[in-house]
Design a protein around this ligand. Structure first.
Ligand code: NAD
Ligand code: TDX
Length: 351
């Protein structure tokens, strides 16, 4: 990245950065921790995660003894704990911690309000109290609501969230904006499209369908399968977050996407084809309430202001991802069989 313009933000690669990553035991957070430890030998990471059903320390097993990494089991709504951690010396907070599944937010929005809104506010207050250098809010394209059959989301698109999940994420974005304008807190926001890759909890479409297909179980497709998502490999997302930390402007939001729109039905068929499985596994089921029709990302701002571009083609990323779930059967079987809860209790109750 040496060729990129520096100085938009007073952080250079040779300066040691101490990161507080929240929600680092989840899908994207754990990929991000791996990415940063590999990319920045001088940086250190404290991972604060309450280990909800979606948090899994198995995702971080290979780096648990790395001296640059520390895990703390705890909740981002715990003001005392958050203040203590940030007060020990943190330069950058990267906030991944969230309830992240739209279907769960339809069943019960309460945990989404607590973690996604109240938790973000607790972190923002701590960031203010200890004058940290940067607060990065990891948000989502879903805050913009739904597109029709044309157009793309830019950072100027109005926020119009449609699900309790996206409404809570939009609320958090607005809190970040308010802390920047009111208190001068150095925040940045990223809004990424649908991620896929290793360690994704198998309640989300891609890992659900790959693991169901491996078990020759039905693949539930909501409605007519014509809803469109814009898919990005999580490693490209993690690189984008790194670029925004280093080269993005304070106070700004950046969309992140990979120019890769797919209807759900086409995506399901493509994965079944990669796996050599029959399309007969597809089962059309009742649609999601309030199901957003289409998401699509305009990447112009992040590309022109930070130099980031996605690198992983959908074809390559999808094959690698399918392969990862094939090769890591014990990882997803433990989760899907329900043994994961017992395993987690046993392994981490002594911490
Ligand atoms: P995930 O559900 O896999 O992981 C969430 C993590 O947060 C888990 O480890 C969980 O234990 C932790 N957590 C939840 N509540 C907590 C709390 N109160 N205190 C501390 N930790 C808590 O989610 P993900 O898919 O990795 O998403 C991470 C972030 O990225 C979220 O903020 C999400 O909104 C955002 N995002 C996700 C996608 C996507 O496609 N998955 C796309 C764009 C943005
Ligand atoms: O079984 C399924 N069948 C199905 O048709 C599931 C789980 C989903 N779907 C559809 C719903 C969506 O149109 O597939 C699409 C993708 O669904 P999810 O994987 O649940 O993702 P989505 O609702 O699009 O939200 C995701 O992307 C944005 C993440 O879960 C969010 O955290 C992120 O912000």
């Amino acid at each position: 990245m040496a060729h990129l313009e520096k100085g938009r933000y007073p952080m250079k690669e040779d300066i040691k950065s101490r990161l507080l990553v929240t929600g680092g035991a989840g899908f994207i957070g754990s990929n991000f921790i791996h990415y940063i430890l590999g990319e920045h030998p001088e940086w250190t990471i404290t991972n604060l995660d309450s280990l909800t059903y979606a948090g899994n320390l198995e995702n971080l097993k290979d780096i648990e003894n790395d001296p640059r990494y520390k895990f703390v089991k705890g909740d981002i709504t715990n003001r005392e704990l958050v203040n203590q951690l940030v007060g020990q010396g943190i330069d950058v907070i990267v906030n991944f911690a969230a309830e992240s599944h739209v279907d769960r937010s339809i069943m019960d929005a309460s945990p989404f309000i607590r973690t996604n809104i109240e938790g973000t506010q607790v972190l923002l207050e701590a960031a203010r109290e200890y004058s940290i250098k940067l607060f990065l809010q990891v948000s989502t394209d879903e805050v913009y609501g739904s597109l029709g059959s044309t157009g793309k989301f830019s950072e100027e698109t109005s926020l119009a969230p449609n699900s309790p999940y996206s409404a809570c994420k939009a609320s958090a974005d607005l809190l970040c904006r308010a802390y920047y304008h009111t208190h001068g807190l150095p925040i940045k926001i990223t809004r990424c499209s649908n991620n896929y890759g290793p360690y994704q909890f198998p309640e989300k479409l891609i890992p659900l369908l790959v693991t169901n297909a491996l078990e020759n179980k039905e693949i539930p497709v909501y409605g007519d399968g014509m809803n469109v998502r814009d898919w990005i490999h999580t490693e490209d997302h993690c690189r984008a977050l790194d670029f925004v930390i280093q080269h993005g402007k304070v106070g700004e939001a950046y969309n992140v996407g990979s120019d890769n729109e797919q209807t759900n039905l086409d995506l399901v068929k493509a994965i079944l084809d990669i796996m050599g499985k029959s399309h007969d596994l597809i089962k059309f089921v009742t649609d999601r309430a309030g199901h957003d029709l289409r998401y699509a990302i305009d990447n112009t701002k992040i590309e022109s202001e930070t130099g980031w571009k996605p690198r992983i083609s959908f074809e390559e990323g999808l094959k690698n991802t399918v392969n990862w779930y094939v090769q890591n059967e014990s990882w997803w079987r433990r989760i899907k069989s329900g043994e994961y809860a017992d395993y987690y209790q046993q392994m981490y109750s002594q911490r």
